[in-house]
Each structure stands twice: as C-alpha cells, then as structure tokens.
Design a protein around this ligand. Structure first.
Ligand code: GDP
Ligand code: IMO
Ligand code: MG
Length: 440
C-alpha cells in the first residue's frame, strides 16, 4: 500500500473540476497518483484534455486516466465513460511513443463502457453545424450522441467487441440504424447500414480486448485488499448535465455523486475540488464573470495560455466567481480545494472576485438556477490588491507565497467555508504547494 501525501489515511480520494473544466485536474491527479494504487475515470470521454508536465515533457491525455505515467499505478476506465475505440488506440500509441507504454495489468477498461462510433461523431458535428442559435459548442467528439444511445438502450459496449458478428445480428443494431438514419436524413447525411457501424472494429478489437474486463469486480477485490483509489473527474461541475448551466453542458454527470455508478465501486473518502484562481469557459453558455474582449480578460487568457487542449479554441476568461463556487462546494460535498494557476495572477496590480450577481435590482449570493437569469446577470466585483512584481514561479513552500496572495486565499476560504489545501503555481508536477499540515 502506498504512503499518502501528508499522512492522509483515507483509502479513496475523488478529484473533480469545480468550474467549467480545464482547472488543472490532470496535473493534480498525476501529482497525487504517487500516493494511490489505482486511478479511475468514471464519466466523460475524450472530450477531456488533461495536461501533465513531467520532467519537462508534456503529456496530453484524453480518455486515459492521469495515473498512466506512474509505473506503479493501475489505471481504470470505468463503465460511466464513453470510449471511442479508435481514438483510444491512437492515444495509447501516443503514450507509447513518449515512453509510457501500457499493458493489461496497468490499464483496465470496463466491458460496460459504451462505445463512441463514427455515427456519433458525424451526428454531433452535423447537429452543431445546423444549429444557428443554441449551438452548444461541443468538442465534436460524439459524446452526446453516444450517451443518448446508451440511455436509449441501443448502444454497443466495449464488451461487445468480443463478438463482432453477434453485433450485426443484435436487436440493438436495428434500433441504432433506424434511429440514426432518421436523424441523418433530416440533417442531410447519407443513410448508413451495418457495415458502416462495424467498420474497422475487427482490426482494433484484438488490440483492445486484453484490457477489457469486469472492472467493478476487480476494483472491489482491490478495495478488499486494502488498495487506495483515486477517482478522477473530467470536465467541471458547471458542465454537469443536471446541475450545470443546462442546456450548455456536457452529456454526463461530472459531480462526485457519479463516482459510484460510473465505476461500479462505492467508497467513502475525501473530495478534493479543483478550481482555477480565476474562471474560464470554452464553448457556449452563461458565465457571469466573463471578461472576454476586455483588457483583463485578454491578459488572463494570454498569461494563462487559455486555449483548449482538445479543440484549440480560445477559452473565455474572467475573475473568480464566488457565487458559482459556493454552489459547487455544496453540490460536490467538497472537503478541500486545490487552487490552481495562482501564478497567472502574478502580473496584475489589482485582482477581483465576483461576490454576487445583480439582476433586475436584486442581488444574488446564491446561484440563480434559471440560465436566462445567469445570461443577463451582472457581476458584483470585490477588489483586492495584487502582488505585482512578486513571482510565484519556482515557489514550493507556503512561507514563500506573497502575503497579498495569502490574503486572497484566506478570503476565498472564508467566503466558501472550505479549506484550500494545495496551491498550484505552474504546469509541472512539482509546482505544487502544500498549504496545511495533516488536515486530512
Ligand atoms: P484539466 O482539463 O483540468 O486537466 O486542465 P487542462 O490540462 O485542460 O488545462 C490546464 C492548463 O493549465 C494545462 O495547459 C496545464 O499544463 C496548465 N496548468 C495546470 N496547472 C497550472 C498552474 O498552476 N499554473 C500554470 N501556469 N499552468 C498550469
Ligand atoms: P476537461 O476534462 C472544458 C465543454 C465543451 C462544450 C460542452 C459540451 O479537459 O476539463 P461535449 O463535447 O462534451 O458534448 O461538449 O462541454 N467541454 C469541456 N470544456 N474542459 C473539458 O474537459 C470539456 N469537455 C467538454 O466545450 O461547451
Ligand atoms: Mg482540459
């Protein structure tokens, strides 16, 4: 069993994004994975882009868990994930080229995880193209359509790769073709048949099948054997299908509540929320603290290099949003936070926090759940002095953090009633500051 960072004793840790994704989850998970035996993805798919910087080398992960560069970590893709088998093979190849090859001991894929097939990708892209208004700005990876087919009981799962001939004859094939062809015709796409659904699967099934199994059973056995497990969230709480800025969300539940059903393992433990020291969002939908196009918004984007890992799109940037974060700390049962990209604020004279929303003469300290209100609400800013001239690049100890930065962090802790356990001040694994002594 591995030694925990800071003497923690919980056997399970859930790490999830508290904003609109790209909070730096991958970096944190890779750093923490040193203390966990198993890292599990439980939702989302290769719409995720998680960046790790290890010994100066950048590793970009999509569907693979961020424990893959740790040789003594088992990585699990749970049943709640949707897997594009072609993209997965490509990602495994990319990792191998970087010297992080995986074997079937170190990577386990749930046989229950639904597959994203080319029909899903085509449908995702065609729907976005034809949407004049209300475009979601998806990653175009087929995530939504694959989850729709799962819920619609016509999806194929990784375990189905064991019998591709059987897929052709399965009742789900008829239902899938009937559903997709009706949509395809209305979107101006050509109708397809069984061959299109099955194309290429035989070629990759041999490669993937050694990794595929009943991982919930394997996880159960590891738990009984005392192994520690880190559950790695993708996306962010505000993209959660139920509690995010619906309909501008992803098609899965991204909150810690999804862990058990998305992995097949229930384990109580610590919940670590990851939040940037400011706010970003990529894709459409409300974001009250959005400062895109203003000097501050552009400066945050440029200093933070805020361009999407998956699509390269510019991320919208604004100051930290307390209203949104309070909502998420409560929804996610957050025990502690990691505050990332604090170094990005180094260059500012003044820093702001959105402490309330204003709309129709009313102030909201609680998140208004109506997206139409979120779309028009204005931020109420609170000003802090910055720490311009003091750089956090290379800082590794709490004692060396600028006093103004510590005041900012303390204010956030009080306002959110949550303790900030870690500060991240750079992309590399070791650019992390442990703030508290043995608090969990
Ligand atoms: P994720 O999706 O939550 O894993 O985050 P992404 O990898 O999509 O985006 C975070 C970006 O910020 C990546 O380019 C990281 O390398 C980088 N990053 C992570 N933590 C820090 C930090 O503390 N400071 C800086 N400057 N960059 C960071
Ligand atoms: P990580 O794990 C940021 C956003 C898309 C779009 C919406 C729906 O790297 O934090 P989808 O393709 O999921 O149907 O798109 O969700 N989105 C993300 N934004 N980070 C992500 O993942 C995201 N995954 C999806 O931009 O607005
Ligand atoms: Mg990302």
């Amino acid at each position: 069993m591995k030694e925990k960072k800071d003497g923690r004793h919980e056997q399970a840790l859930t790490v999830f994004g508290c904003q609109w994704g790209d909070e730096g989850k991958g970096k944190l998970v890779d750093w923490l994975a040193d203390s966990y035996d198993v890292v599990v993805r439980f939702q989302g798919g290769h719409n995720a882009g998680h960046t790790l910087v290890v010994d100066g080398k950048t590793v970009k992960l999509n569907v693979l868990p961020s424990g893959v560069v740790r040789k003594d970590c088992v990585n699990v893709v749970g049943n709640g994930v949707v897997v594009d088998p072609f993209a997965l093979v490509e990602e495994m190849g990319r990792l191998e080229d970087l010297g992080y090859g995986l074997d079937s001991e170190r990577l386990r894929l749930s046989e229950r995880a639904h597959m994203i097939l080319p029909v899903h990708v085509e449908l995702d892209c065609a729907r976005e193209l034809q949407a004049e208004k209300g475009k979601i700005g998806t990653t175009g990876r087929g995530i939504g359509p694959a989850y729709e087919d799962k819920v619609g009981r016509r999806g194929f799962r990784l375990g189905d790769l064991r019998d591709i001939g059987g897929m052709r004859a399965d009742v789900r094939m008829r239902s899938l073709l009937w559903h997709h062809n009706a949509l395809r015709v209305s979107l101006g796409l050509a109708e397809v048949g069984e061959d299109f659904i099955l194309e290429g699967l035989a070629g990759i099934s041999e490669l993937l099948l050694p990794y595929v199994g009943d991982v919930s059973r394997e996880l159960g056995a590891w738990r009984s054997g005392g192994k520690s497990v880190l559950f790695e969230g993708a996306q962010g709480a505000m993209l959660d299908m139920d509690y995010g800025t619906y309909p501008y969300v992803t098609s899965s539940n991204t909150l810690p509540g999804q862990v058990a059903t998305g992995s097949g393992l229930f384990m109580e433990g610590y919940v670590l929320g990851v939040a940037k020291a400011y706010t970003t969002r990529v894709g459409s939908g409300p974001m009250v603290s959005d400062l895109s196009g203003t000097g501050e918004g552009i400066m945050l984007r440029d200093r933070g290099e805020e361009y999407g890992t998956v699509t390269g799109r510019e991320r919208r940037c604004g100051w930290f949003d307390l209203v949104q974060m309070r909502h998420v700390c409560q929804l996610g049962g957050v025990d502690g936070l990691a505050l990332t990209k604090l170094d990005v604020l180094d260059g500012f004279d003044e820093i702001y926090v959105c402490e309330a929303y204003e709309h129709g003469g009313e102030r909201f300290y609680e998140m208004p759940l109506d997206v139409r209100v979120q779309e028009v609400a204005k931020p109420v800013w609170r000003k802090f002095s910055g720490w311009k001239g003091k750089s956090h690049v290379g800082v590794r100890r709490r004692e060396d953090v600028a006093s103004e930065a510590l005041s900012y962090v303390s204010y956030l802790e009080e306002a959110l009633e949550v303790s900030i356990e870690f500060l991240s001040v750079g992309a590399s694994r070791d650019a992390t500051i442990v703030m508290k002594d043995l608090t969990f």
